[in-house]
Design a protein around this ligand. Structure first.
Ligand SMILES: C[S@@+](CC[C@H](N)C(=O)[O-])C[C@H]1O[C@@H](n2cnc3c(N)ncnc32)[C@H](O)[C@@H]1O
Length: 258
């Protein structure tokens, strides 16, 4: 499995605090639920469940469905298991690579893959992932995902550092500050660096992290989906919102062709 950035491994315990400022998980979950309901989905997989934020909310919206989560980070899997424990004692959460999903063909009628999950892939891996998701979906199964739009990169956030988090971890007695610095290295590739400053009892430690984030164009994704056996149902700029050219994000709803 590919090496995980620290945000998904040793800093996974801070992931929700760091990232929920950028996402409206309830809005996304409610939108996903309306799509699942209209397609009568009975068994969903989140192929990169992270800390289980979508699964937790989907379960709260509708318990009568089978939910499976997987992620390639053991820390993320552990957090998801803990989060869902009281909600769904029989939940199935596993450590696995979404490029080699350990399921038989046609195991699910819906799949989700949310928030930067495609950002670490190159174009041929994206194709491989879509084929793999197509394999584990039943005919007409739904595939819902979002990406960052190559035509909507927030140029004002590039090349200048900014701090987006400053909080205390009561368990360890540490203060944590995150500073970010992103540089565009290709038209659709951004090199993101994070610098975590941990301060405890007057002693400071600086830990750096890095992810190469791939942005995607709508037309490229439409073509990859077509090549991998999907029909695009919707492309939106926000969950349930309309499509607007140049929006920062793109939300796709695709259906596996029969
Ligand atoms: C930005 S997080 C998004 C997590 C979650 N979907 C959310 O919306 O918060 C990306 C997730 O993709 C997972 N991931 C990356 N590569 C993966 C792979 N090859 N197989 C499964 N999960 C992967 C990471 O471990 C991480 O949890």
């Amino acid at each position: 499995m590919p090496a995980s950035p620290k945000l998904y491994s040793e800093f996974a315990k801070y992931y929700d605090r760091l990232e929920s400022q950028y996402r409206d998980y309830w809005k996304e979950a409610k939108w996903i639920e309306t799509l699942l309901e209209s397609s009568h989905s009975k068994r969903l997989i989140d192929v990169s469940c992270g800390t289980g934020s979508h699964l937790e909310r989907l379960l709260k919206l509708r318990i009568e469905r089978q939910y499976v989560g997987m992620d390639s980070s053991s820390q993320m899997v552990r957090i998801t298991c803990a989060k869902l424990d009281n909600l769904a004692p029989s939940r199935e959460i596993l450590l696995a690579d979404f490029l080699k999903a350990p399921f038989q063909s046609g195991s699910f009628d819906s799949a989700i893959c949310m928030y930067w999950s495609l950002a670490g892939l190159n174009p041929s891996q994206t194709k491989e992932l879509f084929r793999e998701i197509g394999r584990i979906l039943q005919p007409s199964g739904l595939f819902i995902f979002d990406v960052e739009n190559a035509e909507g990169i927030k140029e004002n956030l590039l090349n200048s550092p900014f701090i987006d988090a400053f909080f205390s971890d009561d368990e360890t007695g540490s203060n944590i500050i995150r500073a970010n610095l992103s540089k565009k290295i290709e038209a659709d590739l951004v090199d993101w660096h994070a610098y975590y400053l941990l301060e405890r009892e007057g002693v400071s430690e600086l830990i750096n992290d890095e992810i190469r984030l791939r942005f995607y164009s709508k037309s490229d994704l439409e073509s990859i989906l077509g090549d991998t056996g999907f029909k695009v149902q919707q492309v939106l700029s926000s969950p349930g919102g309309a499509y607007q050219a140049g929006s920062p994000s793109l939300y796709f709803v695709a259906q596996k062709m029969k």
